[in-house]
Design a protein around this ligand. Structure first.
Ligand code: NAD
Ligand code: DAU
Length: 361
């Protein structure tokens, strides 16, 4: 059996997945099948620009449903799979880890099993060319001290949250399917993304929206935790690059070269919102910053050494943090109807669950 030009993407209605699908259509333009369960984090409105575009098809379904995955592989015969689908929010994994183990571990296992069966049935040359790209996180490496060197591909795994433990398990499964069965896998471990379409439970969009509305800006602990920020478009380019030119069986670290303390990110956001949406009655948004109870097991610092992907594949981030953050604030200001649409009862319930006790401290 031969494969077609189609790429099967999982989780392509989420934050990074939908940015990837949109940029794929703009840059590669070949057919893309999008398998997404449309959980609270998945939103077909992210893909509204593709309405009527027959190259893109969204299938609502679960990556844990092996029969569905097998049927889609049989019908569409993709040349590659790009696997974004996951439960992705650390705080939710602390409150309710079950869904993380199911989707991130069992879901990845199901995809690997069905991909293997499909791949074994391909013609020899297509079997060599097929790729399974697994999108993972820098959180699998654990936490760094202030002067520790950045995470590289050989850093030992030390996941600290149920989220990162489930992603680490999925990385190990991907590695095992390459090592044991020869499945041509690629794994990417990326740092914190930000940009359009990010669900406002994560730091940057949550702070932008709270600042706009004059609500408290809940900074966990003392705000000294450091993340290495990458504009989502740069991540999408990196994934396309690894998909086309990465070496099967390898892992590639992807990072933004933009380490920032949380408190600095939040104050910069306050200043940007003040500048782009002044509200003299409210005064400077910095006054909304509120230090709240810390995240249990909160990793202190993440930093990515992305020299391997730069050296081997020529990828480096194009966007600076300052420009990317400005573009992101602008995007949220221009898309308040998108925000309204996702602020469902489920969202409000989460905000109450995660912040009520913290803010009451
Ligand atoms: P997200 O939570 O915004 O989106 C996840 C998507 O997966 C949603 O569309 C959701 O509906 C879908 N999904 C969830 N469970 C599913 C299931 N069982 N079957 C099918 N679809 C399902 O996540 P994101 O931030 O876009 O992250 C995407 C991937 O990138 C994840 O694997 C995450 O671990 C990884 N990652 C994220 C970041 C980041 O900063 N956001 C950084 C590095 C790596
Ligand atoms: O490093 C990559 C990871 O980045 C991805 O694998 C995850 O999917 C993604 O969610 C992200 O994880 P973080 O936990 O780093 O992101 P989050 O936006 O939840 O938090 C960023 C930092 O901000 C973290 O130190 C916790 C802090 N924080 C977060 C929230 C939501 C606050 O201080 N206040 C908040 O309200």
């Amino acid at each position: 059996m031969n494969f077609t030009d189609t790429v099967l993407v999982t989780g392509g209605a989420g934050f990074i997945g939908s940015n990837f699908v949109l940029s794929w259509m703009e840059n590669a333009g070949t057919p893309l099948l999008n398998l997404d369960l449309l959980t609270y984090a998945g939103n077909p409105a992210n893909l509204a620009a593709l309405e009527g575009d027959t190259r893109h098809r969204l299938v609502r379904g679960d990556i844990c449903d092996g029969d569905l995955v097998a049927a889609l592989l049989r019908e569409h015969r993709p040349r590659a799979m790009v696997h974004f689908a996951a439960e992705s929010h650390v705080d939710r994994s602390i409150v309710a880890p079950d869904a993380f183990l199911r989707t991130n571990i069992e879901g990845t296992f199901t995809l690997l099993e069905r991909a293997k069966a499909y791949w074994l049935g391909l013609e020899e040359s297509d079997r060599r060319a097929f790729r399974f790209l697994h999108v993972s996180t820098d959180e699998v490496y654990g936490s760094l001290g202030t002067n520790d060197p950045a995470f590289c591909e050989t850093t030992a795994y030390a996941p600290n949250s149920p989220y990162s433990a489930s992603k680490a398990a999925s990385d190990h499964l991907v590695r095992a399917y390459h090592h044991t069965f020869g499945l041509p896998t690629l794994t990417t471990n990326c740092s914190n993304n930000y940009g359009p379409f990010q669900f406002p439970e994560k730091l940057i969009p949550l702070m932008i929206l709270h600042a706009l509305e004059g609500k408290p800006l809940p900074v966990y602990g003392d705000g000294s935790n450091v993340r290495d920020w990458l504009f989502v478009e740069d991540h999408c380019v990196a994934i396309r690059t690894v998909l086309e030119r990465g070496r099967p069986g390898e892992t590639y670290n992807i990072g933004g070269r933009s380490e920032r303390r949380n408190l600095d990110v939040v104050t910069t956001l306050c200043d940007l919102v003040d500048e782009m949406q002044p509200d003299p009655a409210q005064g400077p948004r910095r006054r909304l910053i509120t230090f709240v109870k810390d995240r249990p097991g909160h990793d202190q610092r993440y930093a990515i050494d992305s020299s391997k992907i730069a050296r081997e594949l020529g990828w480096t981030p194009a966007e600076t943090f300052e420009r990317g953050l400005r573009r992101t604030v602008r995007w949220y200001l221009d898309h308040l109807e998108w925000v309204e649409q996702i602020r469902s009862g489920e969202y409000l319930k989460w905000i109450e669950e995660n912040y009520a006790e913290r803010l009451a401290r």
